[in-house]
Design a protein. Structure first.
Length: 368
């Protein structure tokens, strides 16, 4: 069986790598070509494009890169034609992947969309495209199956693949708890996102707040496709802070509290029971446009799943170092952190158990 997997961002690389591992475990002879990152590369197969070249977030950022995106789309089409897959697996990345689904369907290629676009939040017109251009839709949030059912799509829900990531704790070498550098001070974790633009806008604010709390050891969870210079431009100082690449789970597991850029990382922190404050800041024009279109009350996945404010959200102009510092001081008080952790337990129950990627792999392979 030949599969082409297309992931354009860091979260897609993570989920894609687990899916590939499960596919290879069940069907070792499967041939896989993919767009992804280091994690998918380590899982095997042939990397046709790295996510360092494909991750664009925000209306203005997309417009600025329209020519590049057009070239990437033409390249992907040619690579898929040349590879002749039995199935195209699209992971999230909706602006690009929905166009690819339409093209692939016209070519007679079977299309599985894994991690549906968040159409319940905005751009609900995409539901019609998902129904028209995909053969299988796999969702990862507990309320999405019912949502798509109301729109005539029989989506599959096997649980959230992040639950499989708990196994990564066992694989990540040199637990921080056993590292002499981290003895004596509790860890304040900073997860500033996986895109260059996020590091530039969010990390300086997080660091400015964290630096005012000397009782913590500040540890930044870095992604390897962004160089150290990107983090230094965002305020990282090797003399005051620790930057660790691809150690997110070890960092969160040992952290007393975390500052997290809105995205998949908020769920990762909740799964590992780490109290957090969520922040996000983008291009002002992109933010204004998004605010007119988005229909949900919260931005973080934790609050969306719980349908209440479990964790503080500080977005755009509300994301300031003084506000984050105030939130941090409140969160160090036992009642506030315990309240979050009680809610995290309920969220984990809603997300299912380990084995999600195995179930999804079986579903895909059943269409040989």
């Amino acid at each position: 069986m030949r599969l082409f997997i297309l992931a354009g961002e860091a979260s897609g690389d993570l989920h894609g790598s687990h899916l590939m591992q499960s596919i290879y475990a069940k069907a070792p002879s499967t041939e896989i070509m993919f767009w992804g990152g280091d994690l998918m590369t380590n899982a095997g197969g042939t990397c046709a494009m790295h996510i360092r070249n494909t991750s664009f977030m925000g209306f203005v950022e997309v417009v600025k890169n329209l020519r590049t995106i057009g070239k990437l789309f033409r390249l992907a089409k040619q690579q898929i034609k040349d590879f002749q897959p039995d199935e195209l697996i699209l992971i999230d990345y909706p602006g690009f992947n929905l166009r690819m689904a339409k093209w692939a369907k016209a070519q007679g290629i079977r299309v599985t969309y894994y991690i549906a676009p968040q159409v319940w939040a905005w751009k609900e017109n995409r539901v019609k495209k998902l129904k028209q251009y995909t053969d299988k839709l796999i969702v990862i949030l507990p309320f999405e199956k019912e949502y798509f059912s109301r729109h005539g799509i029989d989506a599959e829900y096997h649980g959230h693949p992040l639950m499989d990531n708990l196994k990564l704790l066992e694989k990540e070498e040199n637990s921080l708890a056993n590292n002499p550098s981290f003895v004596g001070k509790p860890i304040l974790a900073i997860l500033p996102g996986s895109r260059n633009q996020e590091i530039t806008k969010i990390l300086p604010i997080f660091i400015e707040a964290a630096d005012q709390l000397n009782q913590y050891k500040v540890v930044i969870a870095g992604v390897k496709h962004l160089g150290e210079d990107v983090y230094q431009a965002g305020g990282y100082n090797p003399k005051r802070h620790t930057l660790l690449y691809n150690r997110t789970y070890s960092i969160l597991n040992e952290a007393k509290v975390a500052l997290v850029a809105s995205g998949t990382a908020t769920l990762e922190a909740a799964i590992l029971n780490t109290p957090m404050i969520v922040g996000y800041k983008g291009n002002p024009i992109s933010y204004w446009i998004g605010k007119q279109l988005v229909k949900v009350s919260y931005i973080s996945l934790v609050n969306l799943i719980a349908d209440e404010e479990v964790v503080p959200e500080r977005i755009q102009y509300n994301l300031t170092s003084s506000r984050i510092l105030s939130d941090l001081k409140s969160l160090t008080e036992v009642p506030a952190s315990i309240h979050q952790q009680e809610k995290f337990a309920k969220i984990r129950d809603m997300l299912g158990t380990e084995g999600v990627s195995d179930a999804i792999a079986q579903s895909i392979l059943s269409h040989k």
